[in-house]
Design a protein around this ligand. Structure first.
Ligand code: VGL
Ligand code: ZN
Length: 234
């Protein structure tokens, strides 16, 4: 009877060694449509070189997310015969309880799976990546976060990729700061990771700016590239 207890104690040193600094670079949605295409983010071209520089640093694992929608995705204005950037209320499939309601911004059609708009933007050193995670693949579920949808019905491959490498610290860059970068970073904190956003390597869809405070309040750190480089030396 005492044996399981003893065994648990003997595992403690291994647990602490697992917490040593292990890093992941997450490159969010650096795709044609968000840089030059239907949902082009202002000044997005200027972060390509910065992200390429980061892709050359010794992170334990480098992962990109891709927005990867079916042609009639729930977030597309056209599907609802509404104008882009108007808003609707959405629910998880088959569940219209009030507490599940979410406001959905309707976007121009973008990042349709396997079309040129969904490709990595030209010039991105995508060959330095170890993995690519697709999200927003379900017709009726919007997924800004690289981890999972907002109702936690579906999960991507990202959590298991990070667990396999015993990652402790996540560095997020890419597009867009006020949507997918923010939601990915917030989920990274919820999954228990020390989370850093490399602010100079992020650009936003709208210029509201409130998302930076929102992230900081949840414990997300803002860093610059020089600071990241220093952290990776230790
Ligand atoms: C995104 C709007 C719609 C993003 C994705 O990558 O931030 N924004 N789909
Ligand atoms: Zn999208």
């Amino acid at each position: 009877m005492a044996r399981p207890h003893i065994r648990r104690i003997s595992r403690t040193p291994m647990l602490s060694s697992r917490r040593k600094f292990t890093s992941a670079l997450l490159v969010v949605d650096m795709q044609y449509d968000f840089v030059h295409g239907s949902l082009a983010v202002n000044d997005a071209t200027s972060i390509i070189d910065k992200i390429n520089y980061l892709l050359g640093l010794p992170f334990t694992i480098k992962i990109a997310t891709k927005d990867w929608h079916p042609p009639d995705h729930v977030s597309f204005a056209m599907r609802h015969e509404k104008t882009p950037f108007s808003k609707i209320t959405v629910y998880p499939p088959g569940d219209d309880r009030d507490d599940r309601a979410r406001e959905q911004v309707l976007w121009p059609m973008h990042c349709v799976a396997s079309t040129p708009g969904s490709d990595f933007v030209e010039g991105l050193h995508y060959k330095a990546l170890n993995a690519v995670v697709h999200k927003g693949t379900h017709r009726d579920i919007e997924t800004y976060s690289g981890f999972r949808d907002p109702w936690h019905i579906t999960v991507t491959e990202l959590p298991s990729l990070l667990e396999a490498q015993e990652v402790t610290n996540i560095f997020v860059v890419g597009l867009a700061g006020d949507y997918c970068v923010k939601c990915t970073a917030l989920d990274a904190v919820e999954f228990g990771y020390e989370t850093w956003v490399v602010r100079e390597a992020v650009r936003d869809v709208f210029d509201t700016e409130t998302h930076w405070e929102e992230m900081k309040k949840k414990g997300i750190h803002m860093v610059n590239i020089t600071e990241v480089e220093e952290m990776l030396k230790d």
